[in-house]
Design a protein around this ligand. Structure first.
Ligand SMILES: Cc1cc2nc3c(=O)[nH]c(=O)nc-3n(C[C@H](O)[C@H](O)[C@H](O)COP(=O)(O)OP(=O)(O)OC[C@H]3O[C@@H](n4cnc5c(N)ncnc54)[C@H](O)[C@@H]3O)c2cc1C
Ligand code: FES
Ligand code: FES
Length: 504
């Protein structure tokens, strides 16, 4: 058999030569993670995997080992702390974007960060993707950066030096060196993110311009923090931080825009001056998403609109009353039909010879091959589920499954991270009935054309209905924004979900 003919039986060899993962280490304490990282700094940290899995798929370098930092104790804690005499919100390195948007103290005291997190990717992505991963990837398009820069956040970094954990605080302004380049030393990780709580008359906003509402990398993103002399928005501005993303190799603070505001009050003239100064202060480049000219013009528009919202005290105006997360809000068992007794293998390292154990639709399945594959491929090959692969890059939602009660893109999830977890696929939604209520509604409303996207839609829609008894049209659209239908059968799909209890 020719080489091409024999390789044709292997999955995806043309599209995805990929970097092989040899082993996945699974520390449960920060110290053990740092020991593993110090022992071999070429190992890669993995949190949600939403950037790393795509990166490894696209590259075809030598085999790597991963250190899964998602299991570290207290990684997902949000708590209060004090730094330099100022109250801060402290986010563990495992805090996800959906956690931010559903944590009242962050929505209240770090609104620009919450606004940025709500516009990152899709609900499924936000259930797993972390702020720390967003920062460490160090793309100037990464949305949380402009929010945290405007808020003047600090990062606590940690590594092992002479066998001891050495920590240092780095201002977010000093963290980025260039595109995909940071001050992180070999073996060093982001341990936590410190966000100062606002002063009495301080407020902020975050705005993004993208090519569509969801799943859109920013053309421009902008975080703003202003401190006024008094509670009146007509009073003069005491301090200003205006951070602009996707316009330079790193997200930048526009001192020219800040200078146009400080000492003045926020009115049409100062807003126009600051917006013009912001646009003049950046030198964007052309790329596939926008030309440099378009970006500069967009900076002016985005800054003007953001400042106008602040002037009219409308910074929270577009914040939704309820946010569909497809899992983060819901009780852990909300959409799962599982009654599994499955437990993790508890192995501290997983390679392709180790078995992982996953409770899939209530049945315990144990199989190997989990180090080098995604949950999507593992489910299809070892559990025989009908979970679909569309894009394999987190864009389409066809592969959506419930992972421990949260909707997840299984194509972006390293299979090793599902060890000991409960997974519900489309096959598990109906329990003992022929079809679930949602599946029947899709049939009744002719919401299926080719059907390729439908398993993912039905899983996401079921998770949404488990979260909200009667979701509004806006909530249905936001909840399903991570699912694409190439037949554009959206109206029938939205109607199918609404018919199960949603309102107009
Ligand atoms: C379809 C799609 C849409 C997206 N849309 C957006 C968007 O609209 N806006 C946006 O900003 N981003 C977007 N992203 C990017 C992505 O989801 C984020 O960057 C995500 O926050 C990364 O977090 P993670 O936990 O998944 O990181 P991972 O993929 O696990 O890791 C990313 C990188 O960070 C490193 N890392 C992880 N944790 C740590 C740590 N504690 N310390 C040091 N290094 C660490 C990893 O080694 C890796 O290099 C999108 C991605 C996809 C696939
Ligand atoms: S999002 Fe996973 S296959 Fe498209
Ligand atoms: S029904 Fe065909 S892709 Fe959606």
């Amino acid at each position: 058999m020719s080489d091409v003919a024999s390789r044709a039986f292997e999955p995806h060899w043309v599209q995805r030569p990929g970097t092989a993962v040899g082993r996945v280490h699974r520390p449960t304490t920060q110290r053990s993670a740092l020991e593993l990282f110090a022992e071999d700094p070429t190992r890669r940290l993995v949190a949600g995997g939403t950037d790393l899995v795509v990166e490894l798929d696209r590259d075809s370098g030598p085999s790597v080992e991963l250190i899964d930092v998602s299991r570290i104790d207290r990684a997902r804690i949000v708590e209060s702390g004090h730094l330099d005499g100022r109250a801060h919100q402290v986010l563990g390195h495992g805090v996800t974007h959906n956690q931010v948007v559903t944590t009242p103290s962050l929505v209240e005291r770090a609104l620009p960060l919450a606004q940025a997190c709500l516009e990152i990717g899709s609900p499924q992505l936000r259930n797993r993707a972390t702020i720390a991963g967003n920062l460490a990837t160090a793309s100037p398009a990464n949305d949380s950066i402009s929010a945290l820069l405007a808020l003047d956040a600090q990062l606590q970094l940690a590594r092992l030096v002479d066998g001891e954990v050495a920590e240092r605080m780095v201002g977010i302004e000093d963290f980025f060196l260039g595109v995909r380049s940071t001050v992180l030393e070999p073996g060093e990780m982001i341990a936590s993110i410190w966000v100062p709580e606002p002063h009495e008359h301080q407020t902020g906003i975050w705005v993004k311009a993208g090519l569509r509402k969801a799943q859109a990398i920013s053309v421009v993103h902008c975080g703003i923090s202003l401190e006024f002399a008094s509670s009146s928005r007509d009073s003069s501005i005491v301090s200003a931080r205006i951070a602009l993303g996707s316009v330079a190799p790193t997200v930048v603070l526009s001192s020219a825009a800040a200078d146009a505001l400080i000492g003045r009050s926020l009115n049409d003239d100062t807003i126009a001056d600051a917006a013009r100064a912001a646009a003049a202060s950046v030198r964007p480049i052309d790329d596939g998403r926008a030309t440099a000219d378009y970006r500069s013009a967009t900076v002016e528009t985005v800054v003007r609109r953001a400042l106008a919202s602040l002037a009219s005290e409308d910074e929270r105006g577009r914040w939704p009353a309820r946010i569909p997360t497809l899992g983060t809000n819901a009780p852990a068992t909300s959409t799962s039909t599982t009654t599994s007794t499955s437990t993790s293998t508890s192995a501290s390292v997983i390679d392709d010879q180790s078995e992982i154990r996953v409770a899939i639709n209530g049945n315990d399945i144990a199989a190997g091959g989990a180090a080098s594959t995604t949950l999507l491929d593992w489910l299809r090959e070892h559990a025989g589920t009908g979970t679909k692969e569309g894009c394999a890059e987190g864009e389409c939602g066809a592969c959506t499954v419930m992972l421990d009660g949260a909707a997840t893109m299984s194509c972006l999830t390293p299979a090793a991270q599902a060890d000991g977890a409960r997974v519900t696929t489309v096959e598990g939604l109906a329990g003992d009935a022929p079809l679930s209520v949602m599946q029947q509604s899709f049939v009744d409303n002719f919401a299926v054309q080719c059907g390729y996207c439908i398993p993912g839609f039905v899983v996401s829609a079921t998770a949404l209905r488990a979260e909200f008894e009667a979701p509004t049209r806006d909530e249905i659209e936001l909840g399903l924004s991570g699912n694409l239908c190439r037949c554009t059968g959206y109206y029938a799909i939205l109607e199918a979900v609404r018919a199960t209890g949603g309102t107009q």
